[in-house]
Design a protein around this ligand. Structure first.
Ligand SMILES: [Zn+2]
Length: 100
């Protein structure tokens, strides 16, 4: 499984994978994570809704570093990140409304 993940944590893709992560309801193994990511999921109680809210919160309030190519990063202010997120969701809404 670690080989399939490229030898790195399945979430952050940066750190060494050290913890076998599993679904606490079914026991099914989901991946191998670094200590930080494994603890992060646990601290968020595996709740995707809270994690999405946390992502939105971070994008609205924190400078963001986004990798655009290997070794090259774009840094955006919280306002820019929020605008990009908003325009992305507006585009998604536009696509959805044209399909429906
Ligand atoms: Zn990680």
């Amino acid at each position: 499984m670690v080989g399939l993940q490229g030898g790195v944590c399945a979430l952050c893709r940066e750190r060494a994978p050290q913890h076998v992560d599993h679904d606490h309801m079914t026991g099914q193994v989901r991946g191998v994570l670094c200590s930080c990511c494994n603890q992060g999921l646990g601290n968020f109680r595996d709740r995707a809704d809270v994690l999405r809210t946390a992502i939105d919160y971070l994008e609205r309030t924190t400078w963001q570093r986004q990798q655009v190519s290997p070794g090259v990063y774009r840094v955006t202010s919280p306002r820019q990140a929020a605008a990009r997120s908003r325009s992305s969701s507006e585009l998604q809404h536009l696509i959805s409304s044209r399909r429906g």
